[in-house]
Design a binder for this molecule. Sequence first.
Ligand code: FAD
Length: 476
Amino acid sequence: MRLHWHRSDLRLVDNRGLAAAAGAEGADPAPGDGPALGLFVFDDAVLDHASPPRVAYMLDAVDSLRESYRDHGGDLLLRRGDPTSVLPAVADAHDATGVVWNRAYSGLGRERDDAVRAALDDAGVPVAAYHDALHHEPGSITTNAGEPYSVYSYFWKKWRDREKADPYPAPGTGALATPDDPGDLPTAADLGFDSPEADVPAAGHAAARERLDEFLAGDVYDYADRRDYPADRCTSRLSVHLRWGTIGVREVSAAIREAKADAPSEDARESVEEFRGELAWREFYHHVLNFNPEVVTENYKEYEEEIEWRDDPDEIAAWKAGETGYPIVDAGMRQLKQEAYMHNRVRMIVASFLTKDLCCDWRHGYAHFRERLVDHNTANDNGGWQWAASTGTDAQPYFRIFNPMTQGERYDPAAEYIKRYVPELEGVNADDIHSWHELGLSERNRLAPDYPHPIVDHGDRREEALAMFKRARGED
Ligand code: FAD
């Protein structure tokens, strides 16, 4: 039998490694012989970086994966510990003739995989790793000189034009094995986690596919016009499913191709294309991380001097609590707390506010998002933060500083999103909300006595941020 080690690929269908392990029709070759035995390891090193919402989603997704195995005559083996010892032990106990997995692209993931491969080599068990989580593997989309792209628009052109070449592998349900001792699904408490404060979405392939179908049945056709308006919940909400691989990228793209063919107008077709562009951003950041694993802690872009971040603990605390007195920022931070999710436009606004109004190191924001977001993944979270902080690949130029009030006015004109998450502003009209920082103290106290006054002056802080970046650029 062959072992397939599931990590961020918690599904049976469109799973390249599992299809190979199971000997499914049209699948890649794999070492050893089938049937496939699925394995998930609760890895203590990974759990050290986990958080309640992500653990809740992961447990639900593993449970659902186990159900899928059982529905197809197999079962999922569950173990806990260090994969460098668990994998050889499981391979030995089940007489595995080969072990396979789908590749990881983060520095830590690759180090772990190398260590497990070495342990299996020592045990004499052959290993194969497959490219699965992205349409295009890092290294396959490069400049003409063979370098990885650092500018998204060039990357996108090649990504877009090559997508059709990517085959859609057969479902990974060739031949599945049933272990004698599959192991029990632990609870969050068993793993050392509390239940999340936030509502976490339903996990698993069926939930992901349902979300995809719902989105492609309507919202995708005007995604381009509506995606930036957070009150209008029109985006796909697929990020968490792509993060855990409860749906595969080829399955998503095959469905998108159908939606595009059925599009009612040229505008609708372009809108579908814009959505594809977002999937390409996801891959762009995975490539960046793959080639630059140090970006997890270091700026991608080098400045002449260290950036002298202000890092005021009280301001950071107010930002985390959604108590900055900037309504759109506070709404976003409270959405994050309640839903373990935040709309993309608002992620950009709160990240700009932290790094450019509070002049705070992006690493504080990244750590907070990592703790709170159910869709957190290193590549996209880091890419988003470094973009906002003007330290990343293809980042926002340092002098582009979002005005949080103007952003609120433009993208949440009726303050519907703001009021959804900031009940203190319920009875205040949208104009007053969007000019909160300009109102006098007594006017603010009269309108919403429980809502904070702005903790900083945007105009002053804008100047401060520009000066901070100019010093870092050696211009002062
Ligand atoms: P849709 O608009 O429906 O987009 C479809 C898919 O495309 C998403 O599910 C996602 O996989 C991908 N995508 C969309 N926008 C981006 C983007 N800007 N960068 C990379 N991929 C994108 N995304 C994450 O998946 N995990 C994160 O941890 C994460 N952290 C972020 C942090 C910051 C500071 C910022 C500015 C953005 C971050 N993003 C992250 C990107 C984006 O905000 C989310 O992917 C998106 O909001 C998820 O909602 P959706 O699935 O409805 O997106």
